[in-house]
Design a protein around this ligand. Structure first.
Ligand code: HEM
Length: 294
């Protein structure tokens, strides 16, 4: 793995090894609480210069902050409270950096200046909150779906174990096959023709990345998980202006974490198929993933 990125690779390996060893000792474990959340919180928070909070707790708050109430299909008090908690926590960190500048991402955002223009406290806070929510939720959800794919496709898993350099292929195919970031809302900026339909300026539309990733016009046998395909052009990280800022970091951390996990726990089985999923109209990933060492 690239030398320059040791400051990311080494902590990822360390947290992944420690978490996987604990899972192996427990015998049965929740992959989300015991593995994927640990990696994202313990690796990403220090990278951003934020204090490492209890991983299961912060992931839980982040999941609530991006969730949808199943009954009202909107927000509710609990979900709003989680969002408020995260923004207040980050606002305190921003305030602290204004007083004591440090060598970290929050300070860089707070001090960034373009043509004499600086971000105000709220802008720094919301940008950092996007990083925290996008980073922690998307990455741990992605590593969770990747583990589920490798569980469900034993052939692919055996090949990756025999040759860990195949992991990037499993990662790209998982980003295409069942990425957690399924859909986002957009407003049409100018009239546009798409597959014989007219989208009018001002209309609210949904860009369904998950659906596009299974488009048979783009991918042959799209419903098949195939690590040998080249899923170039998948939309697992979005597209255009809003293309994921953390895509390369996410690829690197997932590769190191999952290879470390498989080295220690090559064979694992679901204890039940009836596990809970995150309640969201945009994101799709297991909320818990109960595995046992096989
Ligand atoms: C495998 C893990 C990840 C997946 C699947 C993912 C997916 C995505 C997708 C689909 C978008 C586009 C949203 C849109 O179209 O509006 C996005 C945006 C973004 N992602 Fe990620 N992401 C991942 C990890 C990360 C990480 C680790 C970070 C940062 C630490 C991050 C930061 C961001 C940010 C800041 C944006 C907003 C970019 C913008 O609107 O300009 N993501 N991500």
């Amino acid at each position: 793995m690239k030398k320059n990125f040791e400051y990311i690779v080494e902590p990822t390996k360390e947290v992944a090894a420690e978490s996987a060893d604990l899972c192996a000792r427990q015998g049965t474990f929740d992959y989300v609480a015991d593995f994927s959340s640990n990696i994202t919180v313990k690796v990403l928070m220090p990278l951003m210069g934020l204090p490492v909070l209890e991983p299961a707790d912060i992931r839980n708050r982040v999941v609530l902050a991006i969730s949808t109430d199943r009954t009202t299909r909107g927000r509710n008090e609990e979900l709003n409270a989680a969002f408020k908690w995260i923004t207040e926590f980050i606002a305190r960190e921003v305030e602290n950096r204004r007083q004591n500048s440090q060598d970290d991402l929050v300070t860089r955002l707070a001090e960034a200046e373009i043509d004499g223009d600086r971000l105000d406290d709220r802008e720094v806070m919301l940008t950092t909150a996007t990083f925290v929510m996008a980073g922690i939720e998307s990455l741990s959800s992605f590593m969770t779906t990747l583990a589920l794919n490798l569980h469900d496709h034993a052939g692919a898993r055996e090949r990756v174990i025999a040759d860990p350099s195949l992991m990037p292929k499993a990662i790209e195919e998982s980003l295409r096959y069942n990425t957690s970031a399924q859909r986002f809302k957009r407003t049409v900026a100018k009239e546009h023709q798409l597959h014989g339909k007219t989208l009018h300026k001002g209309e609210r539309v949904v860009v369904a990345y998950g659906s596009a990733n299974r488009d048979p016009r783009k991918f042959e046998n799209p419903d098949v998980y195939d690590i040998d395909r080249n899923p170039r052009g998948h939309l697992g990280f979005g597209y255009g202006k809003h293309l994921c800022l953390g895509s390369q970091l996410a690829r690197m951390v997932s590769e190191v974490a999952l290879n470390t996990f498989l080295e220690r726990i090559p064979n694992f089985e679901l204890t039940t198929r009836d596990f809970p999923w995150v309640s969201s109209s945009n994101f799709r990933s297991p909320k818990e993933l109960p595995f046992k060492v096989a």
